[in-house]
Write a protein of this length. Structure first.
Length: 493
């Protein structure tokens, strides 16, 4: 091989540092500009800044120690979250694999062989030999072959294929990191929603239980009046029917509570049969949720960051697809020792070597490379941004509507209480039948349950609004998830 070959290799390496084909990535703008303000105004005064949602522990905005404890259990033991963390670890390893191609690859393949050649092997053009007066074409032989070869290969990244691979791997790594945060946000929001629904059911159970109490008193009253000859058997039967129906409602509320308790058990990584949430009726309205401006959502939602990093990955794939149209240049070298006798294996005459370069240029590929490039270019997506704006607007609208509904429903409960008092007084005074009392009791219970349900829906809507806003997360939190080639890798297996 000519002496000029190493110089050529050095020149190619120098060129590889400055030539890259493929598009440079820049963050794509949203398909429509972010509005200056939210369409629906929240039912509270906006006084807190954007970062008042606790980063990483957004649920603390509700100031509920029990919820805080369950969320911490979820972070430690939820199996879906464990699987998402495992996927992130895998993505880190794959990014390291991509950086390995930026370094020379050295390998060794020692071998020791004892072999016998056939006496009837073909001549392959060799002249026959004369042995003992007869023509001997070939002779059998037995020999040893000891070899210690080394090979060194390096891809001259002249057109950026390896660098685009590293870029794609890092984008995939950051996308997986954002996806982990999104999984955590979804799971913690689901836990909070289940927790507040369970507490609403505790409050609803208390309401129905109180209704059972005064309906029992009503049945005692009607029985006493019936025994005194003032009331008839129909009044007793009607009140007994209402009492039994309300007790049935009590059992159904308990059933619903048990289902949400079991759901919380799964989320915190515990067996439903051994998990119990203490009874704590819901009383408080949700706190104000700091909204910020719509453009903040683009930086605060991990699912949008996942989509954006996926676009960066696809952009790198476009670069990789473009490099397929250019030569694939590999520099290679081999050396080692070979001898038929192990005693002479390390002699100078046993040394073997070779140097070379290979340039693979695709010419006709049946359209494969062109199709791969078109497929890579078609992978962009903006839908997640529009979905984010929709979910926040839905959350604000829900809270605003529920706030108004709860105010009027509280008034309805007071009206129903007054109507029941009037109906009782009119019945005792003999002005009306007991059917009016039955109707007033049913109306009061229905309105009390609805008021409690509206309060629970408020809390759940506040949870999902915080989730829609990203739960205090910030896109900069995944910037550290990036693998860079390290000089020490050149000596790593």
């Amino acid at each position: 091989m000519k002496r000029a070959t190493p110089s050529l290799a050095i020149a190619l390496l120098g060129l590889a540092l400055g030539c890259t084909v493929g598009p440079r990535y820049s963050r794509s703008a949203a398909p429509t500009p972010a509005p200056d303000a939210w369409k629906t105004q929240p039912p509270w005064e906006q006084a807190a800044p954007k970062d008042s949602i606790p980063k990483g522990t957004w649920w603390q905005i509700f100031h509920d120690p029990a919820l805080d404890a369950y969320e911490q259990q979820l972070l430690q033991a939820n199996q879906s979250l464990v699987a998402a963390r495992d996927r992130l670890d895998q993505a880190r390893s794959l990014a390291r694999v991509a950086t390995a191609d930026m370094f020379p690859q050295l390998s060794a393949d020692p071998s020791a062989v004892r072999e016998r050649g056939s006496g009837n092997r073909p001549l392959n053009g060799a002249a026959p030999t004369i042995m003992n007066g007869s023509v001997q074409t070939v002779a059998p032989y037995t020999q040893n072959v000891f070899t210690i070869p080394f090979s060194l290969n390096y891809e001259a990244d002249l057109f950026g294929r390896v660098r685009h691979n590293v870029e794609a791997a890092n984008a995939s790594l950051q996308s997986t990191a954002a996806d982990l945060q999104n999984v955590q946000l979804v799971l913690t929001a689901e836990l909070a929603a289940d927790y507040f629904t369970l507490r609403e059911l505790d409050a609803e159970y208390q309401v129905v239980q109180e209704s059972v109490g005064y309906e029992r008193k009503g049945l005692d009253l009607v029985n006493n009046r019936h025994e005194g000859g003032i009331a008839n058997g129909l009044d007793v039967a009607q009140q007994a029917t209402l009492l039994d129906s309300t007790i049935s409602q009590l059992a159904l509320v308990q059933q619903s509570r048990a289902q949400f308790e079991h759901a919380i058990a799964v989320l915190v990584g515990q067996a439903a049969s051994t998990f119990t949430v203490p009874v704590a009726p819901l009383r408080d309205a949700p706190p104000p949720v700091p909204l910020g401006v719509p453009s903040d959502v683009l930086e605060r939602r991990p699912d949008i960051s996942t989509a954006e990093r996926t676009m960066a990955f696809e952009n790198a794939q476009v670069g990789i697809a473009r490099t397929a149209f250019y030569p694939h240049i590999t520099l290679s070298g081999a050396g080692g020792l070979q001898s038929q006798n192990i005693a002479s294996l390390f002699n100078a005459s046993s040394f073997i070597w070779s140097l070379g370069a290979d340039a693979f240029e695709p010419i006709l590929q049946g359209g494969r490379n062109r199709a791969n490039l078109a497929a890579a270019r078609a992978a962009y997506d903006h839908q997640s941004v529009l979905t984010a704006f929709q979910q926040v607007e839905d959350g604000i609208s829900n809270l605003s509507t529920l706030s108004q509904a709860l105010a009027t429903q509280s008034a309805a409960v007071e009206d129903a209480r007054r109507a029941l008092s009037i109906a009782n007084n009119r019945y005792v005074g003999g002005v009306t039948t007991y059917l009016d009392v039955i109707t007033a009791q049913t109306t009061l219970l229905a309105n009390q349950r609805l008021a409690t349900q509206l309060l629970g829906q408020q809390m759940v809507s506040a949870v999902y609004l915080v989730k829609a806003l990203g739960g205090g997360w910030d896109a900069t939190e995944i910037n550290h998830e990036q693998i860079h080639p390290q000089a020490g890798q050149i000596l790593q297996p």
